[in-house]
Design a protein around this ligand. Structure first.
Ligand code: MF3
Ligand code: CO
Ligand code: CO
Length: 281
């Protein structure tokens, strides 16, 4: 099972002047968003379109995953796919992030930077797509198998996908955000997996990350009640061993502390009167 090492990161890709940029695009510093609560109908309508675009980009780039393909070439395709829809790559210069996509291979938990590493048969890779369109962000991700993968990795990916589904099914107006982690962590642990705590889901809208944090583990302090019109992501990261993480010296790449594999899936969801609607479809 190969260990991931930092590769060479190419230059930032350009964005045509006619594409509308988020507030941090030039400076790298997002404004402090707070937790805006439920979105109004007009913002929600924009959110639906941005999220649908993010889902469409992910559907477009997923099939590019194959042995021998560099993560930077997937970044190039993703960048072009955002621009083709009139969108800006939300990650580009977000707190200085250098690329248009996050690519997290094997023991990389999240925030992997696309580089010149070629995907190898047996790897798993999460592609995390976020687009800024019509003044709002849409965010989703999925983990893909590179060629044939071992049964253990396949099980990790399958259980992680199911954890996302269970987290989404726990979304109900009037219930606390903590219900989401309560639906995810016991199920993950039954399968022998860890649930990453250092990173979680987040409120999203005109800001990429609002002040609302969505834990995927059991966290009774996540007492904010879900209300119709609230939009946030659910994006559980499961690990084969410890849930503890380390960060590479690049200041971005998050890896498992024990080097064992991790998988992740993400949707942006809307709390409705009836329950939940997945926006990144
Ligand atoms: N898309 C990631 C998330 O799900 C955030 C990536 S931020 C970056 O929240 F700066 F690392 F790109
Ligand atoms: Co994401
Ligand atoms: Co997210």
């Amino acid at each position: 099972m190969s260990t991931v090492r930092p590769g060479r990161v190419g230059p930032q890709r350009g964005v045509p002047v006619e594409i509308v940029r988020p507030e941090y695009a030039a400076t790298g510093h997002p404004r402090h968003a707070g937790d805006p609560g439920p979105l109004d109908a007009a913002t929600l309508a924009r959110m639906r379109r941005a999220c649908r675009a993010a889902a469409a980009v992910l559907a477009e780039i997923g099939p590019l995953v194959a042995p021998g393909v560099t993560t930077d070439s997937i970044d190039a395709a993703t960048h072009a796919a955002y621009l083709a829809r009139g969108g800006y790559p939300s990650t580009l210069n977000y707190h200085g992030f250098p690329k248009s996509l996050c690519t997290s291979v094997n023991e990389v938990v999240c925030h992997g930077i696309p580089d010149d590493r070629r995907l190898q048969e047996g790897d798993i890779v999460n592609l995390d797509v976020t687009v800024y369109l019509e003044g709002v962000h849409g965010d989703c991700s999925a983990t893909y198998a590179v060629g044939r993968i071992d049964a253990e990795s396949e099980r990790l990916v399958r259980v992680t996908r199911e954890c996302l589904d269970r987290g989404i099914a726990a979304v109900r107006p009037g219930r606390p955000i903590a219900d989401i982690g309560r639906a995810i962590e016991p199920f993950a642990r039954e399968h022998g997996y860890g649930v990453v705590r250092n990173y979680g889901g987040h409120g999203i809208g005109t800001a990429f990350h609002t002040g609302l944090h969505v834990p995927h583990h059991i966290e009774p302090r996540a007492s904010t009640l879900m209300r119709p019109g609230m939009v946030f992501t659910i994006e559980p990261m499961l690990t084969m061993g410890t849930h503890e993480t380390l960060e590479w010296p690049d200041g971005w790449t998050v890896v498992t502390a024990d080097g064992r594999r991790s998988a992740q899936f993400e949707h942006t969801v809307l709390v409705t009167e009836a329950g939940v609607e997945i926006l990144t479809r």
